[in-house]
Design a protein around this ligand. Structure first.
Ligand code: ZN
Length: 281
């Protein structure tokens, strides 16, 4: 098979999985250490961009995917990349992703709600207790990756703690995994130096693009229809979220939604979460 050239890479960048980040003081806008953590985030993203470009990628688009989605400092981002920032975005952590891309990178990702891992949650820590697709619990690596695969774009690289990358490794054959820290608890991690983590990310991005060029990272598909089960943290959230047409209340905390495909499932999950937010007093 001929090598693919002119590769386009899409990066979804979160913060909880960045080396050195262990606390809400790092991740919240008002956190006392947030401004430092934002710098670590942009440095990890730049390492991924650098590795991708060195391997021959032609274009890199970065989507700021954490909280306000205005964390990455535009003036500090690699000059060859483009940045999608601001919120709310209809497609959230996947805004701007389309079939024109050849590979997706997840940088700074964290583990799913209810699992081990630094600051684990699924999209909304105050809303989602568990999210299942066709009976399997998924977090952001799984859900976002399956949508990317549905659009025909393989997940080529993930960085984060060992639990975040494990979810991607289980689902996406060939994905390059970079462990930026070893989670020892929800707010505890053993971290290499940020410089070392960035080097590993750059090398991982380089390898990932080389695999993409050779067509060696494939997409997987989810059988349709896709059954979503979203378990909320309290029944009031499910009370309101069940106004989503087609949703079905299974128990005080859980709504079911049967989607025609993963993309529709993603949109339903996004809508239910926003409705859940509306109940927070
Ligand atoms: Zn985040």
């Amino acid at each position: 098979m001929a090598e693919v050239s002119n590769l386009k890479i899409y990066i979804s960048a979160d913060l909880e999985g960045v080396c050195g980040v262990v606390d809400v003081e790092h991740t919240r806008r008002e956190g006392r250490e947030h401004d430092r953590a934002r710098k670590w985030m942009v440095q990890e993203v730049n390492a991924a961009i650098e590795g991708a470009l060195k391997a021959g990628a032609e274009k890199v688009v970065v989507n700021d995917s954490h909280g306000t989605m205005r964390n990455l400092l535009p003036e500090e981002l690699h000059p060859e990349a483009e940045l999608i920032l601001g919120s709310p975005k209809p497609m959230s952590m996947l805004e701007g992703l389309s079939k024109e891309f050849d590979g997706t990178f997840f940088i700074g990702y964290h583990a799913r709600s209810g699992s081990f891992g630094v600051l684990s949650h699924t999209y909304a820590g105050r809303i989602v207790a568990d999210l299942k697709l066709n009976g399997r619990s998924v977090g952001e690596p799984g859900l976002n990756g399956l949508v990317s695969n549905f659009l025909g774009v393989p997940v080529a690289l993930i960085s984060g703690d060992q639990f975040a990358v494990e979810e991607a490794r289980e689902l996406f054959p060939g994905v390059i995994c970079v462990i930026t820290k070893e989670a020892l608890g929800r707010y505890i991690a053993k971290c290499p130096s940020p410089e070392k983590a960035r080097k590993m990310i750059e090398e991982g991005a380089f390898r990932a693009v080389n695999l993409l060029k050779k067509g060696e990272i494939e997409t997987i598909s989810v059988p349709s229809p896709v059954e979503v089960r979203l378990k909320f943290l309290n029944p009031g959230m499910a009370d309101l979220a069940q106004i989503l047409p087609g949703s079905e209340r299974l128990d005080p905390l859980t709504l079911k939604y049967v989607a025609k495909d993963v993309l529709e499932a993603y949109k339903a999950v996004r809508a239910m979460i926003y409705l859940g937010y509306a109940t927070i007093k």
